[in-house]
Design a protein around this ligand. Structure first.
Ligand code: SAH
Length: 386
C-alpha cells in the first residue's frame, strides 16, 4: 500500500506501522534531514524562486553588518589569532560571503579567521563550497558544532534554530501528552497524542504556563545547541549571535508550520518536499546558555539591531552612484529587513547574543537612552527563571 508513495512518506508510514505514532520532533527530523530524502538534503530551497527567502538572500547589507559585528566582537575579545568564525546552517553561503567582503576593512581580523561551517546537508555543503571557493580564508565543514575544535570563537547563525526539530505536548484531562503523528482511520497522516502523559511535565514548565487549558500546546527543543554555545563562549572565550523568528518569552501555542513556494501548507502533506519550522523560544535558549555561565544579550528586534549596526548608513553608501533601478531595490530591501509592522521581518525576527561575561556589552546590544531613561538592552531581565 505504500508502494506508490514518495519514498520518505512510505518510510514514515512503515515506521509508524512498526513502532507506533511518531513524536512531532522525530517527524520533523526525518522530513528535514533524512540522509537521502530530507528537505535540506535534496534541494536548495532559498531565493525568489524557492520556497522561502531569508535575510541574507534579500540583501547583501545583512551579511555585511553581521561581518562587522563579528569584527567588533573580535576586538572586544582582544583580537586573538586563529579565531574560529563558525556559521550554523549557512544555506547558500551568501551571508558568509557578504560578511567576509565587509571585513576587508579590518584586515587583521580577516587574517586571523579560520572558517568553520556547520551544515548537515551535503547538497548545501557543496553549494557553500562553490560560493566560498574563491576566497583566501581557510575553511572546514562539520556536521555539528561539537566537531568544531575548541578555541577562541565567534558563532553566527541566521534562521538556524527554527529548523531544528521541535517537540510538542498537548494538555489533556490527565496532564501533558507528547504530540505525535499517526495514521488515521482514513489512511492519512494526522496529529494525535501519546497514550500516557509525560511524567512531571508540568513542573518543568515556566510557572506562568502551568494550569494551561485543555488542548493547549507547548513546544520545546533539545537544549543541546544552546548548552554547547554557552559552554564554548565561556570556556573557549568568545561570543555567539543568532537571528531568528520567535517569541521573547516562553508561551503556549502551536507554531509548527510548513511553507512551500512562499505560502503556508499542511505540515503533514508531502513530507520532505516542504519546509518545516517552528518559532524559537528565546527564553528557553537564554536559560540554557546562561546556565553554563554565558551572558545573554537581548533578544532585541531585528529592525532595532540592524539600525544600531548602521543599516541606514550602509544603504545610503550603496545608493550613492547606483542607477535609479538599483536604488529602488536597496530601498525595498531596507524596508523589508526593518519593517516593524506586525508581520514585518524587522519585528518578527530577533537577535540574541551570548558572550563570555568578561567581554561586557556586545555591539548592537549596548545600553541606550530613550527620553532620559536608561535601558540595558536585555529586554527580559525581568523574565529570568526563578
Ligand atoms: N542561514 C541560511 C539558511 C537558513 S535554513 C540563510 O539565512 O539563508 C537552515 C540551514 O540550516 C540550512 O543550511 C540547513 O541545511 C541547515 N540545517 C538544518 N538542520 C541542521 C542541523 N541539524 N545541523 C546542521 N545544519 C542544519
Amino acid at each position: 500500500m505504500t508502494d506508490d508513495l514518495p519514498p520518505l512518506e512510505a518510510e514514515i508510514r512503515r515506521r509508524i506501522a512498526a513502532a507506533g505514532p511518531m513524536p512531532v520532533a522525530q517527524y520533523m527530523t526525518l522530513c528535514l534531514t533524512h540522509p537521502e530524502h530530507g528537505y535540506y538534503v535534496t534541494r536548495d530551497p532559498f531565493g525568489a524562486k524557492g520556497d522561502f527567502v531569508t535575510a541574507p538572500e534579500i540583501s547583501q547589507m545583512f551579511g555585511e553588518l553581521i561581518g562587522l559585528w563579528a569584527a567588533a566582537t573580535w576586538k572586544l575579545m582582544g583580537a586573538p589569532e586563529n579565531v574560529r568564525l563558525v556559521e550554523l546552517g549557512p544555506g547558500r553561503g551568501t551571508m558568509m560571503l557578504d560578511a567576509l567582503r565587509a571585513v576587508q576593512i579590518v584586515p587583521d581580523f580577516r587574517k586571523a579567521i579560520v572558517l568553520h561551517l556547520v551544515e548537515i546537508s551535503p547538497t548545501l555543503e557543496q553549494r557553500q563550497r562553490q560560493a566560498l571557493g574563491g576566497i583566501d580564508v581557510p575553511a572546514e565543514w562539520h556536521q555539528s558544532l561539537e566537531q568544531v575544535p575548541d578555541g577562541p570563537v565567534i558563532i553566527i547563525g541566521n534562521e538556524f534554530v527554527d529548523a531544528l526539530p521541535v517537540h510538542q505536548a498537548v494538555m489533556c484531562v490527565d496532564g501533558w501528552h507528547e504530540r505525535v503523528v499517526k495514521i488515521a482511520d482514513n489512511g492519512s497522516l494526522q496529529f494525535g497524542h501519546a497514550r500516557d502523559p509525560i511524567p512531571l511535565f508540568e513542573q518543568m514548565l515556566p510557572p506562568k504556563l502551568r494550569n494551561a487549558p485543555i488542548g493547549a500546546i507547548f513546544e520545546w527543543r533539545a537544549d543541546r545547541i544552546a548548552l554547547e554555545i554557552g559552554r564554548r563562549v565561556v570556556h573557549s572565550h568568545g561570543a555567539a549571535l543568532l537571528v531568528d523568528y520567535g517569541h521573547v518569552e516562553s508561551a503556549v501555542g502551536d507554531t509548527f508550520q510548513a511553507v512551500r513556494r512562499q505560502a503556508f501548507t499542511n505540515p503533514l502533506r508531502a513530507p520532505g518536499a516542504v519546509d518545516l519550522t517552528a518559532h524559537v523560544d528565546f527564553q528557553a535558549l537564554a536559560n540554557a546558555a546562561e546556565s553554563l555561565g554565558a551572558r545573554v544579550h537581548g533578544p532585541i528586534e531585528q529592525a532595532q539591531f540592524l539600525r544600531r549596526l548602521g543599516i541606514e548608513t550602509r544603504a545610503e553608501a550603496l545608493r550613492k552612484g547606483s542607477p535609479m533601478s538599483v536604488n529602488a531595490d536597496i530601498n525595498n530591501a531596507l524596508i523589508r529587513l526593518t519593517s516593524e509592522e506586525t508581520t514585518g521581518m524587522g519585528r518578527l525576527f530577533k537577535a540574541i547574543a551570548f558572550g563570555d561575561p568578561k567581554l561586557g556589552e556586545l555591539p548592537g546590544f549596548e545600553s541606550w537612552h530613550i527620553d532620559g531613561e536608561t535601558h540595558d538592552g536585555r529586554v527580559f531581565g525581568a523574565l529570568r527563571r526563578t
